[in-house]
Write a new protein. Structure first.
Length: 446
């Protein structure tokens, strides 16, 4: 895994390209309400960021955590994320005491630039080293992938998705190399990846275990491997979860509940805004699968077909101009249609090519692993309906399967067919970069 940090000769010109893309995207985020979001001191960071930040359904919790550290991310979904962010909070607090300026937006941008550049190089390496594409085709598919609407937005949104994206691609790269050499992933390497991926998002840890199982097969079940790679990290994370829950989260939750109850009685404006927000979520959300806090964001009533067409492949690939990057918990309707029916041809073409690519690589174990990972996302978001109305913000968890599948499709074709496919992908990439880039810039600098 350490070989990842060695820049290959052919990547010397890719590195500045990736850096320019990530710096440009994150500069847009840094400029968003810059004067307000850099205010330091003893102020209500939660209220400030929540009220004046809207970027689709992405949370602003990373900004809030780096400004005033508490456990804002739900522990049962993100058991180590707040702990991982603590050193960055300490850095921000140290400089804020000297300058009076809150640099959380800059620190988050720096992290996302590093993760974004790393992810760009990783997707290129997977296409080159694991799938075996030529340089030109690998670059074409990498640029095509980064033209997708919520691959671009997720690369600068101050949420955990940019970090998850990098860690998932790193895991897939490590697993891909193990698959090609027909060997298991190393025990301690797997353990480290499991802690990092599951620590950020639990479902990502499930994908790491699936990768280890695909690579190790029967060797995965050997007690030494299982103990080191799965059991020990899981026990450590469980211990960290329980400590955070009882020592930090529960006392803080009780204080917050009392604070909200007091404010509802003494602040009519706050009470009206809170009731309005709760009413919006009640009327615009689906029916919860089970009446349980752990199933809070599940949905059993929303149309799966419309969610796939408009939200999963639609908004994820081609942004909707209407209600541009608005939040379904505030003002965005559950479904937004494109202004022109012809625009549906773009996501449908990508879906068709994706399906053809899966068929072309149907005998390859890398595709089997990608499909196993994708089945987790389908189960969570489509079957259980978790966050199905804003499923597009999860794009960085799975959309890298598309260029991988298309790589197999390119390899399976030749002659005029391959040339035609390349031209189609190039045309789609150019169109999506212009269309999505224009809309993102329009929204961020308004």
């Amino acid at each position: 895994m350490m070989s990842f940090f060695k820049i290959r000769r052919e990547e010397l010109w890719l590195l500045p390209l990736a850096l320019v893309i990530m710096l440009t995207l994150n500069a847009l985020m840094v400029g968003y309400n810059h004067e307000l979001f850099t205010r330091g001191g003893s102020i209500g960071y939660w209220t400030m960021f929540t009220r004046y930040y809207t970027l689709s359904g992405y949370d602003d919790l990373t900004y809030v955590t780096l400004s005033n550290w508490k456990i804002y991310y739900p522990l049962f979904r993100h058991p180590l994320l707040s702990v991982m962010l603590y050193p960055l909070y300490a850095l921000n607090l140290w400089q804020m005491e000297m300058t009076g300026i809150n640099l959380a937006i800059y620190i988050v941008a720096a992290v996302l630039v590093v993760c974004g550049v790393g992810a760009f190089l990783l997707i290129h390496r997977i296409l080159r080293e694991i799938v075996g594409l030529g340089r030109g085709d690998a670059l074409l598919l990498a640029m095509f992938y980064y033209s997708f609407g919520h691959v671009l937005v997720g690369s600068f949104a101050p949420d955990h998705y940019g970090i998850s994206h990098f860690l998932l691609l790193l895991t897939l790269y490590v697993a891909g190399r193990a698959l090609r050499s027909d060997r298991p992933m190393g025990r301690w390497k797997t353990a480290l990846l499991f802690i990092l991926t599951a620590g950020v998002t639990v479902t990502n840890g499930c994908k790491t275990m699936l990768a280890a199982l695909f690579c190790g097969r029967r060797r995965f079940w050997q007690w030494r491997y299982l103990l080191t790679a799965a059991v020990l990290p899981a026990v450590l994370m469980l211990g960290a979860y329980l400590w955070q829950h009882y020592a930090i989260q529960l006392p803080e939750d009780r204080l917050n509940e009392a604070r909200v109850e007091r404010r509802m009685k003494t602040d009519p404006k706050y009470a009206a805004e809170r009731r309005k927000s709760l009413e919006w979520r009640k009327t615009h959300g689906g029916d919860q699968l089970l009446d349980n806090p752990y199933f809070e964001w599940t949905d059993k009533s929303t149309s799966r077909l419309r969610a796939v067409v408009e939200n999963l492949f639609g908004e994820g690939i081609l942004l909707h101009r209407s209600y541009l990057l608005q939040d379904t918990n505030r003002t965005r309707p559950n479904y937004v249609a494109y202004d022109y029916k012809l625009l549906y041809a773009v996501p449908f073409t990508v879906m068709l090519l994706f399906a053809l690519g899966i068929w072309a690589g149907r005998r390859d174990r890398l595709i089997h692993l990608c499909l196993a990972w994708f089945s987790i996302d389908v189960m969570i978001h489509i079957v259980l309906g978790f966050a199905i109305l804003e499923i597009y913000i999860m794009s960085l968890h799975w959309m890298f399967f598309i260029p991988i599948a298309l790589a197999f499709l390119l390899k399976a074709t030749d002659g005029y067919v391959r040339t035609g496919l390349r031209n189609l992908l190039l045309a789609l990439a150019v169109y999506l970069w212009i269309y999505n880039g224009w809309l993102i810039g329009e929204y961020m600098i308004r």
